[in-house]
Design a protein around this ligand. Structure first.
Ligand code: DX5
Ligand code: ZN
Length: 230
């Protein structure tokens, strides 16, 4: 039985009601809280910083899946460990010494992820795949929520799955950008293990129900864990 994880992206939450939205995720069938950190340099947008993440952490009861869209992420590895990140993902395109960065993340007790932009080929991961816990494939250009899904992602998921199998690696495949219950099944069939969804969840009328819909779309046989909050 397939067990796809759902990671709602708080980038699309209502920041005036952040606690409410974090608690909605706590009480839903979601698996992780996805936290997007943007610096206005690596991507043309700034999201939120440490004080906001601290507030999220205070209320969150599920693992914090932190996606760093920043240059030179090594500067903040300690800070994110202190903020309680369970998974820390850096961009391949933002790291000169990626192997060292991965080791530093793991040394702080976090799981290490590497993200690829839509233009970056899977082959780039050949010499690092056995060292990492997760690969985050961007299925939109990073920087903004609410963009449309790039179809070439399916081919990349299959190529990545193949690489993972050939190398006998254990990295999870996470897909980020433009995920909906329309493409969820095709993504998991291609090999995705974790689906990030921002606008599709938070802009919907009943976000907790939408998370459940996503789970069911991804895994036809999913049995609901949680019955409260809806
Ligand atoms: C984009 C972020 C995503 C974003 C996804 O740069 O990494 O996590 O929040 O948003 P949607 O699901 O709206 O495409
Ligand atoms: Zn993200």
């Amino acid at each position: 039985m397939r067990k796809t994880k759902i990671a709602p992206s708080l980038l699309a939450a209502d920041f005036g009601n952040l606690r409410r939205d974090v608690e909605m995720v706590n009480n839903s069938d979601a698996d992780w809280h996805h936290i997007d950190v943007m610096d206005g340099v690596f991507v043309p947008n700034i999201s939120y910083g440490m004080p906001v993440i601290k507030a999220i952490q205070k209320h969150a009861t599920k693992p914090l899946d932190v996606h760093l869209m920043i240059v030179d992420p090594d500067r903040y590895i300690n800070t994110f460990a202190e903020l309680g990140a369970s998974i820390l993902t850096v961009h391949y395109e933002a790291c000169t010494h990626l192997h060292r960065t991965i080791q530093a993340i793991k040394a702080k007790g976090m799981k290490a992820g590497v993200s690829l932009n839509p233009h970056s080929n899977i082959n780039l991961l050949e010499d690092i795949i056995n060292d990492i816990d997760l690969v985050l494939l961007m299925s939109v250009n990073p920087g903004f929520g609410g963009q449309s899904f790039i179809d070439n992602t399916y081919v990349k998921i299959k190529a990545l799955k193949e690489l993972i199998n050939i190398k006998k690696a254990t990295a999870l495949i996470e897909i980020d950008g433009g995920v909906t219950s329309e493409n969820a099944k095709k993504l998991t069939e291609a090999g995705a293990d974790v689906l990030v969804a921002g606008s599709f969840v938070f802009k919907s009328e009943n976000p907790a129900q939408t998370i459940l819909d996503l789970k069911r779309a991804a895994d036809g046989n999913y049995e609901q864990k949680v019955v409260n909050n809806r």
